[in-house]
Design a protein around this ligand. Structure first.
Ligand SMILES: [Zn+2]
Length: 384
């Protein structure tokens, strides 16, 4: 089946014009209905709505030949970072190659690529040796807390994962991703009059600030670690009161699984001198929600085969890179499933009102994934 751009572009506009901010339950439900209608129209598949933990939003599961000996898992999220009240709600065709709109790249464009690739693959009378499962989830942009269990449960049924997150502007895929964690640093001091001298008051803001300055030096000490305070609160308008409480929220990212205990130990070490002082207590709570996605040899082989498909189609050469942001590819890796990530549309300025995609890449990336699937099914590419 030859793939034409206009129907793919129109599907993308339809999907992106439907708001599905991670917290907008009615929008997510409407988006799920659109996906269900289009995915269930693929020949031979069965779709099913699947509940997620901690949210009433549902995932969509699509299965094809579940009895086949070899299975691949295709994944994508249908939530976006743009809530119902965000001013960025509609697509704008900038020129014939460029579409600006909420989620066009991250990652409704990827979902269109996946859908078109499967449509093309299924129309080629594929051999019965390969089945697939699609998981479309509603909460990736807020940490995948509700859908993480679905990935963990599905991973053992499969030999390879294909994740349709955006490709980079130069066409590169994602080789590895940082692990992401969210931490809360709470500092308890002792209130008192700011003018009392000598004083037994302990300023929680000052102690927290001391900790944060030291914590921000951790990335320089530990290559591959990123750390950033994103919110800080404490004290009151009454500046003559020494504040007894202050709190900060930290974004922490790691490159290797082994960084995890090391960075936690280092933060505890930095908290220790503050905790050693009378009247002060500094606590760190939180966790890593996505472990790092470290590249494994099975992925090297799959990527080389994917690149070869690109050459066969005459596409511009591409490579793969390390990304600071996490994705559900991290969860698949943590569950032991080798996966190729970044198979979606090409675009830029994700998570901003400048988000846009390169429309011709809808067709190119769909052809690429369809060819890859045909080669997998025909045994011309070995599954891990
Ligand atoms: Zn995404």
């Amino acid at each position: 089946m030859t793939l034409e751009l206009p129907p793919l572009r129109d599907r993308l506009i339809r999907w992106a014009n439907q708001n599905s901010g991670s917290d907008h339950l009615a929008g997510l439900a409407a988006m799920l209905a659109l996906l269900e209608a289009d995915f269930s129209a693929l020949p031979g598949v069965k779709t099913e709505r699947v509940p997620c933990a901690n949210t009433s939003a549902q995932a969509l599961r699509v299965r094809y030949r579940p009895e086949a000996p070899q299975q691949v898992l295709l994944s994508g999220h249908y939530d976006t970072v743009y809530g119902a009240d965000n001013p960025f709600q509609r697509c704008e065709l900038v020129d014939e190659h460029t579409l600006r709109g909420p989620g066009v790249t991250d990652m409704k464009g990827g979902l269109v690529v996946m859908h078109a690739a499967l449509g093309s693959y299924l129309s080629s009378s594929p051999p019965p040796s390969l089945g697939f499962e699609v998981l479309l989830t509603p909460d990736e942009e807020i940490g995948s807390f509700g859908s993480a269990a679905l990935f963990a449960e599905a991973a053992p049924r499969h030999r390879l994962g294909l994740v349709f997150e955006p490709a980079r502007l130069n066409g590169n895929l994602v080789q590895s991703r940082k692990g992401t964690g969210n931490f809360t640093v709470s500092c308890h001091g002792r209130a008192g009059h700011a003018a009392k001298f000598p004083s037994d008051a302990r300023n929680a803001i000052a102690a927290l600030a001391e900790f944060l300055v030291a914590a921000h030096r951790v990335p320089a000490e530990m290559p591959g670690v990123m750390l950033s305070a994103g919110l800080i609160r404490g004290g009151s308008e009454a500046t003559n009161v020494v504040p007894d409480f202050a709190q900060a929220l930290l974004d922490v990212r790691i490159t290797r699984v082994a960084d995890r205990p090391a960075v936690l130990a280092r933060l505890d070490e930095l908290a220790a001198p503050i905790n050693a002082r009378e009247g002060l207590r500094l606590e760190i709570t939180g966790s890593f929600n996505r472990p790092p996605k470290e590249c494994v040899p099975a992925e090297e082989a799959a990527f080389a085969a994917y690149q070869a498909c690109g050459r066969e189609l005459g596409l511009a050469p591409f490579s793969w890179i390390h990304a600071g942001g996490g994705s559900d590819g991290n969860l698949l890796s943590a569950a032991g499933l080798p996966n190729l990530d970044g198979l979606g549309i090409i675009g830029d300025h994700l998570h901003s009102d400048r988000e846009y995609c390169v429309l011709p890449s809808l067709v190119e990336r769909a052809q690429l994934s369809a060819l890859f699937l045909r080669k997998l099914a025909g045994g011309r590419i070995a599954l891990p």
